[in-house]
Design a protein around this ligand. Structure first.
Ligand code: CDP
Ligand code: CDP
Length: 227
């Protein structure tokens, strides 16, 4: 009998989390929740409103009156900020380069984690981020930690940009990825860390399909054991 479980997928930038999380959610008809989009949406709004990203209290005031809604559609996940679609606006280089500063603040994380736990309370979810298995859903039935070399991750982003018609500089992408990984791993509150019971998958030389198959095997083993 099929059970609804929580699947946590964590790892550094461009390790392939959101791509495979979407595939897994689709295969299992689960809900996909992109927690990075929540930090990105707040960062986008703070930049728009000219709020200094180092000021935790100002960010908290902003977050308290901000509604971030993640909706599933046939075109993929849509991100709504106070009812307005910002799906693409939150992926700009400006937001990408500053989101980790916002995500460092303990109070901001506390509120985001509260919202994320509410979303995960109803099982049948695939949630991706940095601290999902270690902090947001410590009792997730399946925990995956995806990694890949910096070179490979930068090349993936480079290719992705090219496909979208943007030019990018590989060396700059490597630098940005290293910098963001460092801030995410070194912050005091729920840093990017592999949970003790997570299955680590190095995706450097694996295709998206191969990664998805590996994860589905872990999920099916778990479901078959009925744990
Ligand atoms: O897709 P990409 O790896 O570029 O990033 P993302 O998943 O959209 O997350 C953007 C940023 O949000 C990360 O670099 C972290 O600073 C922060 N984040 C976090 O702190 N905790 C999470 N659970 C998810 C994202
Ligand atoms: O969510 P995260 O930042 O971890 O990564 P992503 O946005 O899912 O993946 C970054 C890019 O790498 C996308 O263009 C994926 O298509 C690509 N990718 C890949 O080439 N091979 C994989 N095994 C996983 C992702």
């Amino acid at each position: 009998m099929k059970q609804n479980i929580a699947i946590a997928i964590d790892g550094p930038a461009a390790a392939g989390k959101s791509t495979v999380a979407k595939i897994i959610a689709e295969k299992l008809t689960y809900v996909y929740i992109d927690t990075g989009a929540m930090y990105r949406a707040l960062t986008f709004k703070a930049i728009q409103e000219g709020i200094p990203l180092e000021e935790e209290e100002a960010l908290m005031d902003l977050l308290e009156k901000t509604v971030i809604d993640l909706q599933q559609s046939t075109a993929g996940q849509q991100v709504l900020l106070d009812g307005e679609e910002v799906t693409l606006d939150i992926r700009t280089e400006q937001v990408t380069n500053q989101v980790s500063i916002v995500a460092k603040h303990g109070k901001v994380r506390h509120e985001m984690v509260k919202r994320q736990r509410e979303l995960a309370a109803k099982r049948g979810v695939v949630m991706d981020g940095r601290d999902i298995g270690s902090h947001v859903i410590p009792d997730a039935e399946v925990k995956i930690f995806l990694i890949a070399s910096v070179q490979e991750r930068a090349e993936r982003r480079h290719k992705e940009n090219k496909e979208k018609g943007f030019s990018s500089d590989l060396e700059k992408l490597k630098e940005e990825i290293r910098r963001r990984d460092q801030i995410d791993s070194e912050r005091e509150v729920s840093p990017l860390v592999k949970a003790d019971d997570a299955v680590e998958i190095d995706t450097t030389s694996l295709s998206i399909k191969e990664v998805a198959e590996k994860i589905l095997r872990v999920v099916h083993d778990k479901l078959d054991r009925g744990e």
